[in-house]
Design a protein around this ligand. Structure first.
Ligand code: C2O
Ligand code: CU
Length: 442
């Protein structure tokens, strides 16, 4: 018998950032030239088990420098993919190897983090799925990546007005074509009575989807990758902000020959996102739901956790009077000339000093006060946090929290991952025009 040592290190696969053409718009329109990780939109799905390593060599075949951020993964800081903070951007023709362990099961995604308002809008993102050791009992596990694109109808090409001042200062870049998994109104076959796990990922620059079910009943079982202790029955519409994820477990109720699906609502109108064509009858008939197995999260204690207020400022209708850019105070008009419309605590763009300088393992409360006239999806890198509900109890774990206009929300953060981490709005035009800060854990 021949004994060979087991390979300890899995091979490193390339993830090539490249320009390709895809049929995003309905038939009859031209293909669209997009930027892609691995040749598709969404980019290549990375699927592995909790505790395993992601090893990917980013090869940059694009005309711009690029990096990859692994959104929602409680990652080692050097792999976080933030140019100018955790690494140098990878120049065209060059490469960078990402190699890190995924500590938590759940639905995550990866995306470009250099000029992200342009690069994500061009298609540079993909799903990152970390499977539980014991997978839930479902017939199908469908990853659904939602996005919207701004295409010129005559040519089918992406409108390249990424720095458009109106978008930057208002709700951000909203598209005119909504796709799921890079297709307009795609169809999947399902059986009547089948149980599905739907992994929804909002990859849009700025669009908040207001999701509803049609011909399906079910539960939200995880938010931003993290399982809910008590799955939440879906009734009515549920918002999914940019960068947020939501795992649903749903049962198909529609009859054979009918179309069930996922819908979204905007200004009172409902439109379909995904068609689930019902054919055949599922073998098993399941009732009730069990929560997904929990990830190992830090214990949250609030008693001695200081409160840090972060005020969201600026934008159309609440224009900045002034704010600091670096250590220079500029008037709102001067900032606007530089394409800066927003500020966090009086700083437009990442300040020299961190918003929060936390001792490793310490507990903090961050109170987001939205003084602007727009909603914002605030995201922390390297950590999940818990929402503090109005009655003071702890809500779900999240990595991105939607803060409506005029709203105030508090979160609880256990700063247990050492490094310098971004904290920014995930409406990507907003972060590019000022809504960008950072915190340090050491
Ligand atoms: Cu999803 Cu700073 O990123
Ligand atoms: Cu914002």
């Amino acid at each position: 018998m021949l004994l060979l040592p087991k390979a300890v290190h899995a091979a490193i696969d390339d993830l090539v950032a490249q320009i390709v053409s895809r049929q995003l718009a309905p038939d009859g329109y031209s293909e669209t030239s997009v930027w892609s990780f691995g040749g598709n939109v969404p980019g290549s799905e990375i699927r592995l088990r909790k505790g395993q390593s992601v090893r990917r060599r980013l090869v940059n075949d694009l005309p711009q420098p690029a990096t990859i951020h692994w959104h929602g993964i409680r990652i080692v800081n050097a792999m976080d993919g933030v140019p100018g903070l955790t690494q140098d951007a990878v120049q065209p023709g060059h490469s960078f190897t990402y190699d890190f362990v995924v500590p938590d099961a759940g639905t995550y995604w990866y995306h470009a983090h250099n000029r992200s308002m342009e690069q994500v809008a061009r298609g540079l993102y993909g799903p990152l799925i970390v499977e539980e050791d014991n997978l839930p009992d479902v017939d199908q596990d469908l990853t659904l990546v939602l996005d919207d694109w701004r295409l010129a109808p005559e040519t089918g090409q992406i409108v390249e007005d990424f720095d458009n001042q109106h978008d930057l200062s208002h709700a951000g870049r909203l598209g005119n074509l909504v796709t799921v998994n890079g297709q307009f109104d795609p169809e999947y076959a399902v059986a009547r009575g089948a149980r599905l796990r739907l992994r929804l990922i909002n990859a849009a620059n700025a669009r908040i989807f207001d999701l509803g079910l049609d011909g399906l009943t079910g539960w939200i079982v995880a938010l931003d990758g993290m399982p809910l202790v008590d799955p939440l029955p879906v009734s009515g519409n549920v918002p999914l902000a940019p960068a947020q994820r939501m795992d649903l477990i749903v049962d198909v109720q529609s009859d054979e020959g009918q179309i069930a699906g996922l819908v979204s609502q905007e200004r009172g109108d409902s439109f379909g996102l995904v068609r689930l064509a019902v054919a055949g009858q599922a073998a098993a008939n399941r009732t009730g739901i069990r929560p997904l197995p929990a990830n190992e999260m830090p214990k949250v204690r609030l008693d001695d956790a200081p409160i840090h207020r972060m005020t969201l400022q600026g934008g159309a209708m609440r224009w900045l009077d002034s704010a600091n850019l670096g250590e220079t105070e500029l008037s709102g008009r001067e900032l606007a000339q530089l394409g800066r419309f927003w500020a966090l605590n009086g700083y437009s763009d990442r300040p020299d000093e961190p918003f929060l300088d936390a001792r490793l393992g310490s507990a903090h409360q961050i109170e987001f006060v939205n003084e602007t006239a727009f909603p914002h999806a605030m995201h922390l890198h390297g950590h999940h946090f818990r929402i503090i509900l109005d009655d003071g109890t702890l809500g779900p774990w999240r990595d991105t929290i939607l803060i409506g206009r005029g709203q105030t929300h508090k979160i609880a953060l256990i700063a247990d991952n050492p490094g310098d981490w971004l904290l920014h709005c995930h409406m990507l035009g907003h972060s590019a025009s000022g809504m960008m800060s950072w915190f340090r854990v050491s």
